[in-house]
Design a protein around this ligand. Sequence first.
Ligand code: BGC
Length: 775
Amino acid sequence: MNQFLKIDPWCLIGEGFSKENHRASESIFSLGNGRFGQRANFEETYSGETLQGNYVAGIYYPDKTRVGWWKNGYPEYFAKVLNAPNWIGINIKIGNEEVDLAVSRVISFKRVLNMKEGTLKRDYHIELNSGNQLKASIIRFLSMADPEVGAIRYTLTPVNFDDTITVTSYLDAGIKNADANYDEYFWDEVSRDISGKSGFIVARTRKTEFDVCVGIDTSVLVSDNCNVSIPESHEEEKFISTTYTVDARQGKKVIIYKYASVLSSLYHSKNTIQAEAKKVLIHAVETGFDRLLKAHTELWADKWEHSDIVIEGDDKAQQGIRFNIFQLNQTYTGDDERLNIGPKGFTGEKYGGSTYWDTEAYCLPFFLCTSPWKVARNLVLYRYKQLQKAIENGEKLGFTEGAALYPMVTMNGEECHNEWEITFEEVHRNGAIAHAIYNYVKHTDDKQYLIEYGLEVLIAISRFWKQRVNFSKARNKYVMLGVTGPNEYENNVNNNWYTNTIATWTLNYTLRTIEFVKETDRTAYDSLARKTNFNEKVELRDWKDIIENMYYPVDKETGVFLQQDGYLDKEQMTTDELDPAQRPINQHWSWDRILRSCFIKQADVLQGIYLFEYRYDTATIKRNFDFYESRTVHESSLSSCVHAIIAARIGEIDRAYKLYLNTSRLDLDDYNNEVDEGLHITSMAGTWMSVIEGFAGKRIRNNKLVFNPRIPDKWKSYSFKIIFRDSLLKIIVTKDSVILFNESDVSVQLLIFENNHVISGNTETKIKIGEGVYT
Ligand code: BGC
């Protein structure tokens, strides 16, 4: 754990410069606007440890896989989110000396990520070797209002000198990925063009041939009695720059404005991309920094209006939750069904920017409740559009007749990960994708989705489960062999309880959906049956048989659901017996030792209990929670949130609170010692879930919103909004009451503490805590 930021409800504040925390800060202070994003690298030269990162949504490179022993079925490549052309660079020289915070004496330093406005600010005061002292104040943002525009204002003040300041603003497309398998460049230059203060580079990705055009425009403003030269441009392969020299005077400000337009061939024709980048850039320059910033902050205000969670009485928790919500909104804005949410978003290279089961299992609920329904729809539609590829992925592994195995890691629908036993065998992702359809429809009531898209996906996934299980004569049951559950610290296991459970749930849901579609739109059903060659009689019979005869490992003595066959053969220990110096175990133990130990990386059985909670009574949930929480090391960012929700469900609010802090401040306090690689974006949605589904106890039952709110001791109150179907609700939970505002025109039926309430449009209801029952 490394807590170096100040606690503040709306801002992240890092005061004082520390080279040791620099890479971590570059991750934490990252910016994004759904279309592109970047780590919080410095604009000026920095010769210390840094991870440079600029990323453009949907632009990737299929980097040829490196493995020791190639086996059939391995994917050819591991997709990499591309480190894209760097447009923020502004080098500054005082006299002949380069400004470089790794070299100069730093007198004061502060960086602030203002989450309310979506801006990154930095102030520094340094002394160079010459004795010249310089103050700088920088602000930059990536426009939410105009998602192809970024802007920087860099203000310099000479503290104790009159000298020449040379400002070189550049665009560099000669960048590499730190994680390139063969140390190759992934970009080729298509064209470059610079004259005076603005210029463009069109760069093309190798193999995938995406074009990205970045334009930059730089101007320098000085006080009346200082001179600034006309801009001088320079170009070389994959690089353009504009240089100004300023006769700077002590105390007189020099202000640099830099605008960028970032366009990709996902949205523009390659023939006209540069002309369009020029238009966007000219418009940004004409609009000017202040007006661009105003439009940007207005959009953020709108996002906060719907997605904020306000916590009173606990600034640490408040900062944590806002940071998570902020990063989620920066990563995905939901206007394009081709885009998705990489586990690191725009903050690092790890996980290749690809889509994991994280989207369906963790991110969807956040977007369902805080955004217009189309945003969540785009997330589920993404998988529908990749169905054919999922069927092909299945075929590569020997599955037939339209059985779909969605990839564990993907950019375009193809599997692009090759950790065979770990990632590949995590077939449970198919279940999460089916469950997301259910969640989406349950929340929005968009049943038409099932008819047009959902059922087709469900049939294909159900066919996969049918072929993936086999009937064991010895057990007289269906079993599923050779899988990895969500807990990656166990590989290639038999009968993972979670996977078997979600498989039969999917089969069941598919059966119900078939009934529904048949009844509602017979023509659509018939045409889907033809399209998928659906053998109704045989397939339904087989699926029912599996549902009725699936094997689930359970410890008969204690009634605990067993993670997989043989789990109790392991030496049983609990996490409090672990030496803290040995944690995280994945940084201290051999893989062999991890696999043999009983320690669990992340929620697995509890993941299933979370999804299908309604099937189990409180005693069963508690029994399993106590057993698994004491064996879980939470070394996946996706873990604590699920445990927090279950702890709240069984009324253990203090434990839920500790787990909540763990998830909400995972990156801010660097619990797992890895934030320098980037942030855990997908688990941030889990943090949101731990407040809404954990403390507030939000569920949907029989088409009704359900709340069972509880409040951690430390909090005076908390409040949030939920978009549910046509309604918008604001909920405030205090120590003694729950206040609900129906901010929409339609009335809403709810169950609060198991009592029915109808709240008419634009009215409020107050319920005393203690009225009604907790379940
Ligand atoms: C987790 C997976 C997850 C992946 C990406 C891994 O550490 O174990 O469940 O999908 O990270 O977030």
